[in-house]
Design a protein around this ligand. Structure first.
Ligand code: HEC
Length: 349
């Protein structure tokens, strides 16, 4: 990792919600070292049916992982709807840190949190495939795979990402699932997804790109990785076993588009057979627990920061730790590949 990348500090979007928790009196606030063993120890609640509290990557493991290349990203417009000069601007754009490190006022944290919510993409799902990018230059070709503009001409879920390796096409992280198109065409942040996206987007979330497989389980097939994503090995006759060698014609991806129109997704830890409802993030500050089955406590903004990191890089460990008996089901790696939070963060007092 280069020194420039080292400086690419990302402090989490959950801070966006911190307006609700914090006071805005102009004081400069440092990001906490939120991934710490003390607060992680009793953060997760015991898993139903097992009565075992999942663990997490330790503070040491998390901070030893390299920071992901989290950079500023730009909207993708439906062909012909982009502002004048947009494509030239993108071609010349250099990678820039998504946000910079350092203390700032609560108002500035909120501003930067919003940026992270909208701009952060998923680094291991970037594509440099010129053919895929080409589809986005022809309205006819893009329409054929379900491409459609929002009212402002942008396309949901896709982002242009200037990276150290050149201009990539990426997918938006939080805002893809946690924003909703209203009947008047405006977009409401925080409410659950209702736009199924398009064929270009689905190519990324298809879980068979080389970088996705490399991130989750190097050397394995897509089917095996899908099974690890959703398996519940302590349930007798786990229905997800079928994913290891699915019958011809069965593709869990087909279900994804259908589900997303009604705000549910087969996210990791759920299943294509039991997809999870995307909760409304509006009002999350008043909840005491996170997720429908209260998988984690919500004690304040730091728990939201932990949750954002958990779902972006570091969930595997919570699954590997159920019991050593099932450790090998979920992952063959015992350390995070990247982390998503800032360096340097102050050590706890
Ligand atoms: C693939 C879709 C998807 C993406 C991307 C996604 N989420 Fe979620 N999010 C979900 C689902 C589904 C749940 C509910 C999980 C459950 O109940 O087990 C959830 C739950 C949450 C919750 C708990 C809310 C509550 O009231 O319980 C928070 C907070 C949250 N997400 C924040 C984020 C943040 C921050 C990001 C970006 C870093 C993000 N999500 C990215 C689908 C997504």
């Amino acid at each position: 990792m280069t020194p420039i990348m080292e400086k690419r500090a990302i402090v989490f979007l959950a801070i966006a919600v911190s307006s609700a928790f914090g006071q805005s009196d102009g004081k400069l606030v440092e990001a906490p070292r939120f991934w710490n063993d003390h607060d992680l120890s009793d953060w997760a609640t015991p898993v139903a049916g097992l009565n075992v509290r999942p663990g997490h990557y330790s503070e040491k493991q998390y901070y030893a992982a390299p920071v992901g290349e989290l950079v500023r990203t730009y909207a993708v417009y439906f062909p012909g709807r982009e502002p004048v000069g947009y494509l030239d601007m993108l071609r010349n754009a250099k990678p820039e840190p998504l946000i910079t490190p350092g203390a700032r006022t609560i108002a500035d944290w909120i501003k930067d949190g919003k940026r992270v919510f909208h701009e952060m993409d998923i680094p291991y799902l970037r594509s440099y495939d010129a053919k895929l990018a080409e589809i986005l230059r022809s309205a006819d070709d893009f329409k054929k795979v379900g491409g459609h503009p929002q009212k402002d001409g942008t396309v949901s879920a896709l982002r242009w990402v200037p990276t150290a390796k050149g201009l990539a096409l990426g997918i938006q992280d939080c805002a893809t699932c946690h924003s909703r198109v209203l009947p008047n065409g405006s977009i409401l942040d925080g409410a659950p997804l209702n736009d199924p996206g398009d064929g270009v987007f689905r190519t990324f979330v298809g879980h068979d790109s080389a970088s996705f497989l490399e991130f989750f389980s190097p050397g394995e097939t897509r089917d095996m990785v899908a099974w690890r994503f959703w398996a519940v090995p302590w349930v007798p006759n786990d229905i997800n076993e079928i994913l290891k060698s699915p019958p011809p014609g069965f593709d869990p991806r087909d279900l994804g588009a259908l589900f997303s129109t009604v705000g549910i997704v087969p996210r990791f830890n759920s299943s294509p057979f039991y997809p999870t409802k995307i909760p409304d993030l509006i009002g999350v500050k008043d909840r005491k627990y996170i997720d429908h089955t209260a998988t984690h406590l919500l004690r304040g903004p730091e728990d939201l920061m932990r949750y954002a990191a958990l779902v972006s890089c570091c969930d595997t460990a919570s699954r590997t730790s159920y019991y050593s008996r099932w450790r090998s089901t979920f992952s063959r790696s015992s350390r995070p590949r990247i982390r998503t939070s800032a360096i340097p963060e102050p050590r706890p007092a």
